[in-house]
Write a protein that binds this ligand. Structure first.
Ligand SMILES: C[S@@+](CC[C@H](N)C(=O)[O-])C[C@H]1O[C@@H](n2cnc3c(N)ncnc32)[C@H](O)[C@@H]1O
Length: 196
C-alpha cells in the first residue's frame, strides 16, 4: 500500500498534527489512514471519519480495534459532504488536518467511487471548518471512470482559492507512470500571515 504519494500525504499531515488534536479522515476505506491519524492524535485526540460503504466502516473498525485505537475514532457511515454535525456529535473541535484519498474501496466494489461534485462540496465545507495553520491533503487518481473529471475540478477549485488565505501545492511522483496518483496540499494560512 506504500507509494510515493501516500507517503507524502502522511509526511505533510504528520508535520501539522499534534497529540490531542481533532482530525478528519474524509474517506475511511479500509482504515489505513484512519489508524495513522489515530496514532498521531493519541488517546486525547479525536478522529472523525466518513465513508458511504458499510464494508469500509466495518473493515476500518476491525483494524482500529485490533490496534486498540477505536476509542478515539468516531466513524460515520455517511458522505463527507456535511461534516459539521458529525464533528459536533463526536464532541470534537475544529480539525487541524483533513485527509481525502479518492477513488474506490481497495478490494471492494469498484463502481462505487468518490464523485467530483460531492468531493468539491465537501472540500468547501472542510476548508471553512479547518483551523488556521491547518492542512487538507487530497490524494487523487486518474485511472478509473470519473477520475479525470474529479482531478479537473480539483485543479479548478484549488486555483480559485483566495491566495491571501490559502496556499495550494500539487505534488506528483517524479518517477511514476502517467496515471500515478497526485497529491493536493491545501493549507489555511494564519490571519496574521494572510494580512501581510
Ligand atoms: C481509496 S478509498 C480510501 C482508502 C482509505 N483512506 C484507506 O486508508 O484505506 C476511497 C473511499 O471513499 C469512499 N467514498 C466515496 N464517496 C464518498 C463520500 N461521498 N463520502 C465519504 N466516503 C466516500 C469509498 O466508499 C471508498 O471506501
Amino acid at each position: 500500500m506504500a507509494s510515493f504519494i501516500l507517503d507524502k500525504a502522511h509526511e505533510v499531515v504528520r508535520a501539522s498534527v499534534k497529540p490531542g488534536d481533532t482530525v478528519i479522515d474524509a474517506t475511511v476505506g479500509n482504515g489505513w489512514d484512519t489508524a495513522f491519524l489515530a496514532r498521531l492524535v493519541g488517546p486525547d485526540g479525536r478522529v472523525v471519519g466518513f465513508d458511504i460503504q458499510t464494508a469500509a466502516i466495518d473493515a476500518a473498525r476491525r483494524r482500529l480495534a485490533a490496534e486498540d485505537l477505536l476509542e478515539r475514532c468516531w466513524l460515520f457511515e455517511e458522505s463527507h459532504e456535511h461534516p459539521a454535525g458529525s464533528l459536533q456529535a463526536a464532541g470534537a473541535g475544529p480539525p487541524t488536518a483533513v485527509m481525502f484519498n479518492l477513488g474506490y474501496l481497495p478490494g471492494g466494489d469498484r463502481s462505487i467511487t468518490t464523485r467530483a461534485e460531492a468531493t468539491i462540496g465537501s472540500l468547501r465545507r472542510m476548508i471553512d471548518l479547518l483551523v488556521e495553520g491547518g492542512v487538507i491533503t487530497v490524494v487523487a487518481y486518474k485511472g478509473h471512470r470519473g477520475a479525470a473529471d474529479e482531478v479537473d475540478e480539483l485543479e479548478e477549485w484549488s486555483a480559485a482559492l483566495d491566495k491571501r488565505r490559502f496556499s495550494c501545492e500539487l505534488i506528483e511522483d517524479p518517477t511514476g507512470p502517467p496515471h500515478a496518483p497526485i497529491l493536493f496540499v491545501v493549507r489555511k494560512l494564519s490571519s496574521l500571515r494572510a494580512a501581510t
